[in-house]
Ligand binder design. Structure first.
Ligand SMILES: Nc1ncnc2c1ncn2[C@@H]1O[C@H](COP(=O)(O)OP(=O)(O)OP(=O)(O)O)[C@@H](O)[C@H]1O
Ligand SMILES: [Mg+2]
Length: 343
């Protein structure tokens, strides 16, 4: 007799964000669904095992002599809202273009849905929505024509779906693409990527050009799509956007992946920031110990502390203190830590 498996419970973490909550609930129901099917059939059927949706192995692209990306290894799982971060020129667009087979890698490999990004690119594109970073002009096409055109590439489009998104993003689709402002074009690009229920949405800096109100709506749209089971992969410079919606992040720097982690784990690993103003002259070298990086800042000594907090506090207490504050690193501070070269 079929015995219903017990629905798993994954405990919420402290200060859980909305993105973490969605991820936690989805993780619980995904493993519940997988487990239930296993119980019924005795084995995990094809397609339900946790094969990554996007996988790159040592993906490398050099543009002649100049570096593009080097040995990029990424693994994006079903249901992830994956943030791909990095400074200008780091290699985000190069990685994304290689995934979509717009450019060919110099070496390494990439797959989406277990299919080869080069050989099976047509098949892959039918199941994904894509927003390019440098969204071109399709001059005389109206918004509608543009959606129809991309719909065909994607194996059809749902006019009702497009209409609903257009209303939500407050954009008229009967105007010509060349008449749209930058933000308006970005809205059409978003509709194009979200319509037709894709299994995966890949976006290169999608919030570019959107005003703050539309950004909110867009973040809601991402959360809703993810809750429906769509996997999201997005590059961004806007750290707060990533913090709001993503459950996993990879940071790329100088063409190489600097870190890839669950946002939750990144937060856990975060140290504290101690800002202290001494009433006497204190040599920062006194705080040069493992896990502590002291810098002078506007009359304060600012220290990122990931280890040896007791020693730091001990050292501080040996001096006369005028002002002190301690706070846990924000996600933005963690990102900056990686951007600036620290680990
Ligand atoms: N067509 C090209 N020819 C030569 N070099 C290129 C080309 N496209 C990109 N590059 C180089 O590859 C590296 C990565 O560029 P890429 O566009 O992937 O960066 P990015 O992370 O998307 O940056 P941004 O945040 O500015 O969009 C850069 O050093 C860039 O100069
Ligand atoms: Mg780019």
């Amino acid at each position: 007799m079929f015995r219903s498996p017990q629905k798993p419970f994954i405990a919420p973490s402290r200060n859980e964000s909305f993105a973490d909550m969605i991820w936690r609930k989805r993780a619980a129901s995904a493993s519940y669904a997988d487990h239930a099917v296993e119980e019924l059939s005795g084995e995990c059927p094809e397609g339900l095992h946790m094969e990554p949706i996007i996988k790159t192995v040592n993906l490398t692209k050099s543009y002649g002599k100049s570096r593009g990306i080097e040995d990029v290894n990424l693994s994006v799982n079903r249901g992830d809202i994956f943030g791909f971060l990095g400074p200008n020129g780091a290699g985000k667009s190069t990685t994304i273009r290689t995934l979509l087979d717009f450019i060919r890698p110099t070496s390494g490999s990439a797959s989406i849905f277990g299919l080869d990004c080069q050989k099976d690119s047509v098949q892959i594109k039918k199941r994904i929505g894509y927003i390019p970073g440098d969204f071109g002009l399709y001059g005389n096409m109206s918004g509608w024509k543009f959606l129809e055109y991309f719909g065909k590439v994607r194996g059809g489009y749902d006019a009702e779906d497009a209409r609903a998104y257009a209303a939500r993003l407050d954009i008229r689709l009967d105007r010509k693409m060349k008449e749209y402002s930058r933000g308006m074009r970005q809205k059409v690009a978003i509709i194009q990527a979200f319509m037709n229920n894709p299994d995966l949405i890949i976006m290169d800096e999608p919030t570019n050009g959107l005003d703050p109100l539309v950004q909110q709506t867009f973040m809601d749209m991402i959360r809703e799509k993810a809750a429906e089971g769509t996997t999201i992969f997005m590059s961004s410079h806007v750290l707060s956007d990533v913090e709001k919606v993503c459950n996993r992040v990879a940071i790329i720097k100088g063409g190489r992946i600097a870190t890839e982690e669950k946002v939750e784990d990144l937060r856990k690993k975060a140290g504290n920031v101690v800002r202290v103003k001494f009433a006497e002259e204190v040599d920062p070298a006194a705080f040069a110990m493992p896990g502590v990086s002291p810098v002078r800042q506007n009359g304060y000594l600012k220290m990122t502390v990931t280890d040896n907090m007791e020693s730091v506090l001990g050292e501080i207490s040996r001096h006369k203190v005028a002002d002190i504050s301690i706070h846990q690193m924000t996600l933005e501070e963690i990102f900056m830590h990686y951007y600036e070269g620290g680990k």
